[in-house]
Write a protein that binds this ligand. Structure first.
Ligand code: BG6
Length: 475
C-alpha cells in the first residue's frame, strides 16, 4: 500500500488552547476556563470560581478567535489538506442546558469552516476536547448523570444540522480513555475529561466507571446521530495512547505491560465491536461497581460503530516491574525506558512506538486510522532577525512520519491522515505554558501572557510544506 493521493496532511488544535475570547459573543464558562498556568514542576490549579487577580491561559489563548483568517492562510501556505479543530460546547450552549443554541457561537465556527473551505482544507471537527460547560458539572454532576448525555446529543444534533453541508469528518470525543476506573489517576486528568477532581470523588472506582460508560455510550449515540443527519459523514473518536512495554522478557513483565496497554482499549472495543465488552462488566462486578445497561443502550452500541479511529501519539512507557526505580514515572504512571531519550517534559521520544501502535490498533479492529495528534513540545529560541531554527522538531516529525510510512507501506495499515499537534504554538494542556511549543508557526507570547501575538514561520514551516507537496516522499 502507498500513502493515498487524498491523504489528509495537516494539524490539530483545540478551542480552549487557542481561541481566547473566553466571554465574547455570549460564550459560557467551560471547565478549562478555571485552570491556571503551571509548569513542568508546578501543576496547574483548578479553581471553583474565577479569581480576578489570576491569569487563566484559556481566556487569552493565542487569540485565534480574532486571528483565524491569518492563521488559516498560513496553514494553506503550507498546503494543509485538513485541520482538526474543536468546538467549545459553551459557545454553542453557554450553560449546556438551554433550549436554543447561541447563534453568535455557531456563526464563529461557520466563519472558520468557510475560511478553511476557501483553501480546500478539510475541516475535521472534534465535538468535545476538554470543553464542557461548567454549569453541567455544577448543576448535574457532569457525566455521572445520564441527563448530560441528552444535553451532549442535543449539542451534537445542533452541530450536525448546522454543518451538514460543510463538514464530513467528525470526532465525538478527544481522549476519554484516560478515564480509568481500574487505577489511581490524577485530579488533572479526570478534571480535563469530565470537570471532576479525582481527589474529591466519593466512590472513585464507581464514579470513574460510570463516567467512562456514559461517555462511551454518548459517543455511540452521537455516531448514530451523525450518520442519520449526514449521509456521507465519517464519524470517529480520538484516543491518546501510550504503548506500555515490558522491561524484559520475564513473562510476568510482558503480561503486565500488555495489561497496561490494553486498559486503554475497552472504550474502543465498545465503539467498534457492537457491544460494551462483557469482560469489563465482569471486572466491574468483581469490584462491586454497578453499571446498569438498558436495552436502548445495547442498541446504541450495536448501531453506533465508528468509521475511523483517531490516535494521538506522543510517547511510550515501561510497565512497572520488581525493583523498578519508581521515581521516574511518566505522565500516565508508566516508567521511563532506558533505551529512549525524553523531552524536557519527560515524554519519551519513540518513533517506532507509532508504528507499533498503528499495527496494534489496525490489527485489532481493521478500521481506518487517522493519526490525529503527534508532535514535539520544545522550547524555541527566536533569533534577533525573527528566525527559529527548530531542527530538533523537524527531526522528531521526520522520524515519526517515517515509521508511519512503514506502517502503511510495509504493514498495510489503512491510514487516512497525519495531523501534527499544534501546527501553530498554543497553550499546553497539561502545563498551561506557552513555552512548550509544538508549532511550525511561532506565536510571540510568553508564559505570563506577554507578547505581541505576532506570528513567525519556523524552519519547520518550509520543511512541512515540502512533506505535504511530495505526499510524504520528501522528508
Ligand atoms: C493531547 C491533547 O493529549 O496532548 C492536547 O489532546 C494536548 O490537548 C496534547 O495539548 C499535548 O499535551 P501538552 O500538555 O504538551 O499540551
Amino acid at each position: 500500500m502507498k500513502i493515498k493521493k487524498d491523504f489528509l496532511w495537516g494539524g490539530s488544535i483545540a478551542a480552549h488552547q487557542c481561541e481566547g475570547s473566553c466571554r465574547e459573543d455570549n460564550k459560557g464558562l467551560a471547565i478549562m476556563d478555571l485552570v491556571t498556568a503551571g509548569s513542568h514542576e508546578t501543576p496547574r490549579e483548578i479553581h471553583k470560581s474565577l479569581d480576578a487577580a489570576i491569569r487563566y491561559p484559556s481566556h487569552q489563548g493565542i487569540d485565534f478567535y480574532h486571528r483565524y483568517k491569518n492563521d488559516i492562510a498560513l496553514f494553506a501556505e503550507m498546503g494543509f489538506k485538513a485541520l482538526r479543530l474543536s468546538i467549545d460546547w459553551a459557545r454553542i450552549y453557554p450553560n449546556g442546558d438551554e433550549k436554543e443554541p447561541n447563534q453568535a457561537g455557531l456563526n464563529f465556527y461557520h466563519n472558520v469552516v468557510d475560511e478553511l473551505k476557501k483553501y480546500h482544507i478539510e475541516p475535521i471537527i472534534t465535538l468535545y476536547h476538554f470543553e464542557m460547560p461548567l454549569h453541567l458539572v455544577k448543576e448535574y454532576g457532569s457525566w455521572t448523570n445520564r441527563k448530560v448525555i441528552d444535553f451532549y446529543l442535543k449539542y451534537c444534533e445542533t452541530m450536525f444540522e448546522s454543518f451538514k453541508h460543510k463538514v464530513k469528518y467528525w470526532v465525538t470525543f478527544n481522549e476519554m480513555n484516560h478515564i480509568d476506573p481500574q487505577t489511581d489517576t490524577s485530579d488533572f486528568f479526570t478534571y480535563m475529561i469530565a470537570g471532576l477532581k479525582y481527589s474529591e470523588l466519593e466512590n472513585k472506582s464507581q464514579t470513574l466507571a460510570t463516567v467512562g460508560y456514559n461517555m462511551t455510550l454518548a459517543s455511540c449515540l452521537a455516531v448514530k446521530l451523525g450518520h442519520e443527519i449526514i449521509k456521507d459523514s465519517k464519524v470517529g473518536c480520538v484516543f491518546g495512547i501510550e504503548p506500555v512495554y515490558p522491561i524484559d522478557s520475564n513473562p510476568i513483565n510482558v503480561l503486565n505491560a500488555f495489561k497496561q496497554t490494553d486498559r486503554d482499549f475497552y472504550q474502543i472495543d465498545a465503539m467498534c465491536n457492537g457491544a460494551f465488552p462483557e469482560y469489563k462488566f465482569q471486572e466491574y462486578q468483581d469490584q462491586g461497581i454497578e453499571i446498569s445497561i438498558t436495552q436502548k443502550d445495547r442498541s446504541a452500541f450495536s448501531e453506533g460503530k465508528l468509521d475511523f479511529i483517531g490516535i494521538n501519539y506522543y510517547a511510550s512507557s515501561v510497565a512497572d516491574y520488581k525493583g523498578a526505580d519508581k521515581g521516574k514515572n511518566t505522565l500516565f504512571g508508566g516508567l521511563q525506558n532506558p533505551y529512549l531519550v525524553s523531552t524536557k517534559w519527560g515524554w519519551a521520544i519513540d518513533p517506532v512506538g507509532l508504528r507499533y501502535l498503528l499495527n496494534y490498533t489496525y490489527r485489532k479492529y481493521g478500521l481506518p486510522i487517522m493519526v490525529t495528534e503527534n508532535g514535539l513540545g520544545a522550547v524555541d529560541e527566536i533569533t534577533p532577525d525573527g528566525k527559529i531554527h527548530d531542527d530538533y522538531r523537524i527531526d522528531y516529525l521526520k522520524q515519526h512520519i517515517n515509521e508511519m510510512k512503514k506502517a502503511i507501506e510495509i504493514d498495510q495499515v489503512d491510514c487516512l491522515g497525519y495531523l501534527t499537534w499544534g501546527p501553530i504554538d498554543l497553550v499546553s494542556a497539561t502545563t498551561g505554558q506557552m513555552s512548550k511549543r509544538y508549532g511550525f508557526i511561532y506565536v510571540d507570547l510568553d508564559d505570563n501572557g506577554k507578547g505581541t501575538l505576532n506570528r513567525f514561520k519556523k524552519d519547520s514551516f518550509e520543511w512541512y510544506k515540502k512533506v505535504i507537496q511530495s505526499n510524504g516522499t520528501s522528508l
